[in-house]
Design a protein around this ligand. Sequence first.
Ligand SMILES: [Zn+2]
Length: 367
Amino acid sequence: MTRIRGYKYRAYPDKKQREFFSKNFGCCRFVYNHYLAMRKAKWEEWHDTMSYSETAKDLANNLKKEHEWLKDADSTALQQSLRHLDNAYQNFFKKRSGYPKFKKKRSVQSYRTMNNKGSIRIEGDGIRLPKAGKVKIVNTIKFEGRILSATVSKTSSGRYYISLQVEEEYELLPNKGGEIGLDAGLTALYTDSANHKIENPRTLSKHEKRLRRLQRELSRKKKDSKNREKARKRLAREHEKAADIRNDFQHKMTYRLARDNQVVCIEDLNVKEMMGNHRFARSIADASWSEFFRKLEYKMGDRGGILIKVPRTYPSSQRCSCCGRQNRKVRDLSIRSWICPECGTQHDRDVNSAVNILAKGLEMLAS
Ligand SMILES: [Zn+2]
């Protein structure tokens, strides 16, 4: 069997490569914004849209001739930014996201380039990229397969990464055949139906405290001052440290879940909807449930396991998992434990919910 998998590496480009990357980020952003403006104008004036191939043709025939410096960029990467733009439009047309926005220099900078007959390849301790040459990597590269594309990114604290998309052969790994339900947590990462609460690592909350402090410091600095720039970098570095810890932890937990279970049932949280409710926004972002789900999904897939999403409308927290009685009083989120008025069972809110999610998921699987 084959699958497509992403591999991400911290990269250490030399001075010349950093200059090239910075130029290439700029060219891709320029092309993206240029055609976004063009598509926008065309829509406003004629109620007409432009396809990817029309923009690509215009790029080759017009824009590159008007702006000589675009020839120094990785041309595949420029085409890819037109693909990104087109995807943004498709998502907008299908009402999956809002109207495409202009790219700003301040956010994460990145570009994607496609492998064209070995233009992207592994060489010793590095990755060779079109026009950039061999870029140094520290981690060992341990996949075997065909590289489809590479995405180069620079974070706001100045770290570089290269993500490779690789098509590889694989064999199904075994799992231990368990069945479990998970209730996504606001304080804990999740609670499972076997009565375990998985808390986020303590070190994470330490970093989060520091993040809040750095955020306050930044807001006190004068605009466009050197100190503000320094504070911004400190904050960005702290964000990345917290993300690293969260990432490692999620890998560990999803590995265990996939290794031990044939079936994992989770609630299909509509993250967007919950983010709208400000009280939860921070905790939801912290638990970063969707990223957790993504990791779990591919690890379950590697072992032939099944991940079931139980619809949100199912009242998992209000139902007594012993007798099935629905207790509306439990809707209040501050109630952490309750006794069923029907059968007298004492419930921990989250464990009860996880047991219900498992039962509902198994029911869905059977039908
Ligand atoms: Zn009951």
